[in-house]
Ligand binder design. Structure first.
Ligand code: PRX
Length: 687
């Protein structure tokens, strides 16, 4: 952490916000730092008034009685109120006369015409596959799928699992669940069958919506096959899957289980397009989203309806300067499988009636300029992506964005991990042409939406800092005793009071919720618990936050959150592995890479006549990919005779991190096996 502090301490560049005259402002836009400070102050002093006004932007089935009831760690926002999220993202716009406006713009992978993709054989025409979906159509499709799901026995409160490629039907599936009051649990399409089993079981989900496949870099990703594999395992458990709804996307051949499997098009055929939006109690669950923590098992973060919707609606509007009906096109490049996609592909953007662009495929197929081609053709006004992508673009070269007209861009956003000042500057210069504010948004799956971020018309920015807290967010850098750290001193990032978008729990695990977030930090005077983010940060003399990264066993690989224990569990499930320790290591593109230290079972090695060689490294790496998904594949597998442990038997992770980073050289380094005994002895029990 000290290195990070030093490098960011040297950063002294400041970029002014965009002058008010250059951005169109609505009532909710913030056009000066003073105005931001005033609004922020009010949001903390008068949360009832502030959030009441923010909530009034949406349309309610029944108005709330009380804005907030707080008994730590349980928050009840907008109690007594009833609202439907799908209604506010879709039907409301139709009722207001905007049914013919485009709600979703979709870019399929080029050359992925169902009949002519290289992956499905035959000839293909190099063409873009595009769809524009109007609110009226989205309303009809969510209604039809909603009715189809009801027909399969899905009831209010049930959890529907969604495992789909980035096609508009993914958004329709999400909104159809919200429409009928079922909670959705979206699983990122890159996860392996085992991950599906874990999540479906934990959520007691009985219906899965998937597709025959999705296109990525000219290949078909076989989603249905993964679901089949997962269902096979689930069939041996009490949580059998009743129905699998399959969207035909690629035309690839799929195995079929009659009775269980239903084609999407068959399910909605004949389904009525009248399906009223279920009025949901404010605190009814809207969705579950599984994310990594410090144990081997991912946790199901629970978000509820009203608070989440109000929070994503407001944060999307003020952070990205969204104004409906002004020709804006918002593009968040994240997959809907992550929280960024939930909040800023779907709920935050659609509830503001600004068209949301989604794309299928990869940034480097068919060419390294895919993003810039999309920005130029659609006249994208706000682009929201991850530092890891920006670093990759830098590596690919300036000529790719330079070839395209990026003049439509007004606001650039980043999310997922700390952005290094070099990448910030490149984004600002080469993508934003020096004229677009860069909003470095800090938040988490648990926070629902942005909690620390610049506002484009108000906040002077500093490359590498996520700047100042969102309205309603009382963020602070504190020590273990909950005392605020002096400026420029590193500490733990806490949020000292509730906000509408905060998680309401971990599904089925109250203990983990209380322990993980609400037990470590508290107000030194009153003992009132603070929300613990598990991130380290510092605050500079201007009150700007600089997030340094996780202080728990979670690593951020290309902006994707992974638990080191999850990767370790996957490794030790290999028959030859005796023990494994996984740590993060600095990685030029990914931010953090995965380094796995592994000790093999001598008996297995002997019986299989194996040596600790490159082939074995590859095998272990593939094994992790097979167990969790490609994103979890270690960048480095290092064999060790034994893992370094303290006398009490704890793995010396700090030592391993230093070795992985090359900070600490281990002695007696042989070509294949690492021997930590000397360093470990020198370090003694310090971990
Ligand atoms: O470490 C922080 C990092 O990503 C973590 C949250 O990951 P996840 O729940 O997957 O959500 C990612 C998208 C919201 C945080 O604990 N993180 C996220 N955004 C930033 C960040 N670190 C620094 N700066 C950011 N802007």
């Amino acid at each position: 952490m000290s290195q990070a502090i030093e490098s960011t301490l040297n950063e002294s560049r400041v970029f002014p916000p965009v002058p008010a005259a250059q951005l169109k402002f609505s009532r909710w836009q913030v056009s000066s730092l003073e105005q931001y400070r005033e609004m922020h102050k009010r949001s903390l002093e008068d949360p009832e008034g502030f959030w009441g006004e923010a909530a009034a932007v949406l349309r309610w089935a029944r108005e709330w009685d009380k804005v907030l009831e707080w008994k730590a760690p349980d928050a009840k926002w907008f109690g007594g109120g009833q609202i439907n999220a799908c209604y506010n993202c879709v039907d409301r716009h139709v009722e207001d006369g905007h049914g013919e406006e485009v709600g979703i713009i979709w870019e399929g992978e080029p050359m992925s015409r169902r009949t002519g993709h290289p992956a499905t054989g035959s000839h293909y025409a190099p063409m873009h596959e595009l769809r524009w979906l109007r609110y009226r159509e989205i309303q009809r499709e969510t209604a039809r799928l909603g009715n189809a799901l009801k027909g399969m026995g899905v009831k209010k409160g049930d959890v529907v699992t969604i495992y789909m490629p980035m096609v508009p039907e993914l958004v329709i599936a999400v909104l159809a669940c919200a429409r009928i009051g079922a909670a959705h649990s979206v699983i990122f399409g890159g996860f392996a069958p085992h991950a599906i089993v874990e999540r479906v079981t934990d959520a007691s989900s009985k219906v899965i919506i998937t597709a025959d496949g999705g296109f990525r870099k000219g290949e078909v990703i076989e989603l249905k096959k993964n679901v089949d594999e997962a269902c096979e395992v689930l069939a041996t458990t009490p949580n059998k899957v009743r129905n699998v709804v399959v969207l035909q996307r690629t035309g690839a051949r799929v195995e079929w289980r009659p009775g269980r499997d239903v084609w999407w098009h068959d399910a909605v055929e004949g389904a009525s397009d009248h399906c009223p939006c279920e009025p949901m109690d404010a605190e009814d669950m809207l969705f579950l989203l599984y994310t990594s923590g410090s144990t081997g098992k991912p946790k199901g973060i629970v978000h509820t309806t009203a608070g989440y919707l109000v929070y994503t609606n407001l944060t999307a509007r003020v952070t990205f300067n969204l104004i409906p009906g002004t020709g804006q096109v918002f593009w968040c490049t994240a997959d809907v499988g992550w929280v960024t996609g939930h909040s800023y592909v779907i709920y935050g953007i659609m509830s503001n009636r600004v068209p949301t662009l989604m794309y299928e495929g990869a940034p480097n197929f068919p060419g390294n300029d895919r993003f810039w081609d999309i920005v130029a053709r659609h006249r994208v006004t706000q682009l929201y992506t991850a530092p890891t992508a920006i670093r990759t673009f830098m590596k690919w070269g300036d000529e790719h964005p330079a070839r395209h007209d990026l003049s439509s861009l007004k606001v650039l956003g980043t999310v997922g991990e700390p952005i290094n000042p070099e990448a910030w500057m490149w984004y600002h210069t080469h993508i934003g042409g020096g004229r677009c504010p860069v909003v470095d948004t800090y938040w988490q799956t648990e926070t629902g939406g942005h909690v620390i971020t610049p506002l484009p018309g108000a906040t002077p920015t500093k490359p590498g800092s996520c700047t100042l807290p969102m309205f309603g967010i009382d963020a602070a850098v504190v020590n273990e005793a909950g005392e605020e750290m002096p400026r420029n001193h590193g500490g733990l990032l806490a949020i000292r009071r509730p906000w509408p978008g905060m998680l309401r729990g971990i599904f089925g695990n109250r203990e983990r919720f209380v322990q993980g977030y609400w037990s470590r930090l508290k107000d030194p005077k009153t003992g009132e618990p603070y929300y613990f983010s598990a991130d380290g940060a510092r605050c500079d003399p201007d009150g700007y936050f600089w997030v340094m990264g996780r202080v728990d066993d979670v690593i951020n690989v290309s902006g994707h959150r992974l638990g080191t224990m999850e990767v370790e569990s996957a490794l030790v499930s290999h028959p030859g592995v005796a023990e494994a320790a996984v740590v993060g290591m600095p990685h030029e593109i990914k931010g953090t890479g995965i380094c796995a230290f592994v000790t093999m079972k001598p008996a297995w090695m002997q019986a299989q006549s194996r040596t600790a060689d490159e082939a074995l490294r590859k095998e272990l790496s593939n094994h992790v990919g097979h167990e969790i998904g490609a994103i979890a594949r270690p960048d480095q597998v290092r064999f060790a005779e034994a893992l370094p442990k303290t006398r009490s038997g704890k793995i010396m992770r700090r030592l391993l991190r230093d070795v992985a980073a090359g900070v600490e050289k281990i002695t007696q380094d042989t070509t294949t096996l690492e021997d930590f005994s000397v360093v470990a002895r020198l370090r003694g029990e310090e971990e």
